[in-house]
Design a binder for this molecule. Structure first.
Ligand code: ADP
Ligand code: MG
Length: 389
């Protein structure tokens, strides 16, 4: 989530060649937002995505015969990594590293709700209901978000911010109690994607009500992954895997000369089994789930994904939704939209729109002891070429 403290998003990275498991450096997140009994999810218990980077080398540097260049750091309350196989000889590693940092800082400077000075925060703080000039980049992301809202009948809604904040998942620290019905109703009155207008020329946003609040957390990481991919390509790189907080984009070949392979792992640890291996051919991939960012009170589980129709955290059997798309931004937004819609309506819509989506559900009653059920859309079957031998 954009600039959201989220220590649980560290992903394990392993290589199919049985190389020792490597983890991205654990980057200390900003002070956690404390709300009720927020559970830092233990990676060992709840990890769902295991990135299997087939054939990745162990080196992090260039030269000396090393074939993998890995650049990592912190952004958006989580971590990023850029892995490059066989970097061009002339590649200026330091220049690339600097430009990646600058690009991420620029995106946060436009789209973060955690930076009071960001363009989006200034728009949120303004009570003007006439056009508010913003950058073309912000307009592009908001426009993409609005299209997903329309196609998902409002399940995806970037104006859901007041509810996100009310439930304690936004930048504002909430009281240590569940919101009451009156508060939920008041926040819901401020939510509605149709109350936000977008204009390309000149690039601008407009609120239909002065207290509208826009939260791009469910789409901005995907956008940033796409931007880093474009940047890396501009450096003449053909083979790369870019990742921010679990949203990915891969192109070209890994260190074994195969497409990048990403495993969707079972969300449990007793066995390190996986449901599916996805070969990322010039594609983006994003996952939204109920297990990474939530709190529990009295045994109830409250997800950070809000159903705008109820004003409450989603509450159904879906453990996660993974989406593949040409743009990671689309995958990111749709993973959230489908998670909101749930296993039936979400799956039906994904099939209808030809989206490549993989759903993992908690089984209702598991007579055979299998706690999960999975469903993949036809497009997912086509796009994810399982490549594990
Ligand atoms: P993650 O940040 O874990 O990758 P998502 O991409 O699913 O997860 O984004 C979840 C975040 O999006 C929430 O923390 C909240 O800020 C925002 N959000 C919650 N519900 C919705 C929704 N229905 N539509 C759009 N954004 C949402
Ligand atoms: Mg998302």
């Amino acid at each position: 989530m954009i600039l959201k403290p989220d220590a649980s998003r560290t992903l394990r990275i392993a290589c199919l060649q049985r190389l020792p498991t490597a983890r991205p450096p654990s980057v200390a997140p900003p002070a956690p937002v404390v709300f009720l009994k927020r559970l830092p999810l233990l990676l060992s218990i709840l990890s769902c995505l295991l990135l299997m980077l087939a054939g990745c080398g162990q080196g992090g540097g260039q030269g000396g015969g090393q074939q993998l260049l890995a650049l990592r750091g912190a952004t958006m309350g989580t971590t990023y990594s850029v892995q490059i196989v066989k970097p061009p000889a002339a590649l200026d590693r330091n220049a690339l590293a600097e430009q990646i940092k600058t690009a991420l800082a620029d995106i946060n400077g436009l789209m973060s709700t955690y930076q009071p000075s960001s363009e989006l925060s200034r728009f949120n703080a303004s009570s003007a209901t006439d056009w508010f000039l913003v950058s073309p980049e912000l307009v592009a992301v908001v426009k993409a978000a609005q299209a997903v809202s329309e196609a998902s009948a409002g399940a995806f809604d970037i104006t859901v911010g007041p509810l996100v904040n009310l439930w304690g998942f936004g930048p504002t620290v909430s009281a240590d109690v569940l919101p009451n019905a009156g508060e939920i109703q008041a926040a819901r009155a401020r939510v509605g994607w149709q109350q936000l207008d977008v204009q390309l020329q000149p690039p601008a946003l407009r609120k239909a009500r002065p207290d509208l609040y826009v939260d791009l957390s469910a789409i901005a990481k995907g956008y940033a992954v796409d931007q880093l991919a474009t940047l890396v390509e501009a450096f003449g790189v053909d083979n790369y895997l870019v990742e921010i907080g679990g949203e990915l984009r891969g192109r070209g070949l890994n260190g074994r000369g195969e497409p990048w392979q990403i495993a969707i792992e079972r969300p449990e640890t007793s066995k390190r089994a996986m449901f599916r291996v996805v070969a990322l051919h010039d594609m983006g991939m994003a996952t939204s789930g109920d297990y990474r960012n939530f709190f529990e009170i009295d045994g109830e589980h409250y997800s950070h994904t809000i159903d705008p129709a109820t004003g409450e955290p989603v509450d159904h059997r879906l453990a996660s939704v993974t989406v593949l798309a040409a743009e990671t931004m689309q995958a990111d937004a749709w993973a959230t939209a489908l998670l909101v819609l749930g296993p039936e309506r979400g799956f039906a819509l994904a099939e209808q729109l030809g989206l490549a989506a993989f759903f993992i559900e908690h089984a209702q009653d598991a007579p055979d002891g299998e706690p999960f059920m999975t469903q993949a859309t036809a497009a997912f079957h086509t796009l994810s070429v399982a490549a594990l031998d």
